[in-house]
Write a new protein. Structure first.
Length: 262
């Protein structure tokens, strides 16, 4: 397994909305990744993960951490990934992985090979993929990416939360970067950059386009299509409040590394 890549994911699906998609594409994921581990929440029902269990995907259950404390679940998924003995882990939210392999399978297979070139690969989005998200998400994530660039000197899209991580980089993060907030979007990269001991790169992808609509095909159709559905999301102040709070935590996490400004 010297060059193997494990897919390690976090997963929260309390209403079982991703079951049918998981059933459709889990085999395609397994063709790319010899091992798949999923840290799913206790709130996700057994019926939602039946397709994964049937495919012998490794499942680890734990309580939900919520959006703002998502770093705790991410750390657990990263640990589970390297415990498989893999050379590298591709860390990704499970709903994003499902979307990626269903709509851009060749790209995902290529990424699984390309991340072997680095200890840590920030998997971001092309401009088209970034702009496919609702405005509330684009506007607030652009702030985070801007602050990250000021601190790191790298103009990378860090807010898609997908990463390629070598065993030694994962061990360093688990030992030395205790961030348990959603700020891991920035803190993992900045922590490793600060050490100066890891090869860090970035790749823009199409497959990390907006994936949330996959859960709600009926609602999207009832709204009159994806653009109308996203407009409803952007019309909700609560969505903006959530996205602003996420951005605040991520900017705060970057602040701990502000001495790295070049």
């Amino acid at each position: 397994m010297s060059e193997s890549v494990t897919l390690a994911c976090v997963h929260h699906d309390p209403d079982g909305l991703l079951r049918s998609q998981a059933e459709r594409v889990v085999t395609a994921l397994q063709r790319i990744f010899p091992m798949i581990v999923v840290r799913t929440t206790n709130e996700t029902p057994d019926s939602a993960i039946e397709p994964l269990l049937a495919a012998s995907v490794t499942i680890h259950r734990a309580p939900s951490c919520g959006h703002l404390k998502l770093g705790r679940a991410r750390r657990e998924a990263l640990r589970l990934g390297i415990e498989t003995g893999a050379h590298h882990v591709l860390f990704c939210d499970f709903d994003r992985a499902l979307h990626w392999v269903e709509y851009h399978p060749a790209e995902l297979a290529s990424i699984a090979r390309l991340i072997l070139a680095y200890d840590f690969t920030v998997l971001g989005r092309t401009r088209r993929a970034f702009d496919s998200h609702p405005r509330a998400q684009c506007a607030t994530e652009a702030i985070v990416n801007h602050v990250f660039a000021q601190v790191s000197g790298q103009e990378w899209d860090v807010t898609a939360a997908a990463r390629g991580v070598s065993r030694r980089a994962a061990a360093a993060i688990l030992d030395g970067c205790p961030d348990e907030t959603i700020g891991t979007d920035v803190s993992w990269t900045l922590f490793l950059q600060r050490t100066g001991r890891f090869a860090i790169g970035a790749i823009e992808t199409e497959g990390l386009e907006y994936e949330t609509a996959d859960r709600f095909p009926k609602a999207v159709a009832a709204a009159g299509g994806i653009d109308a559905w996203k407009a409803r999301i952007d019309a909700d102040p609560r969505e903006w409040a959530l996205r602003l709070e996420i951005a605040r935590l991520e900017v705060e996490a970057a602040g701990a590394y502000a001495h790295m400004v070049q």
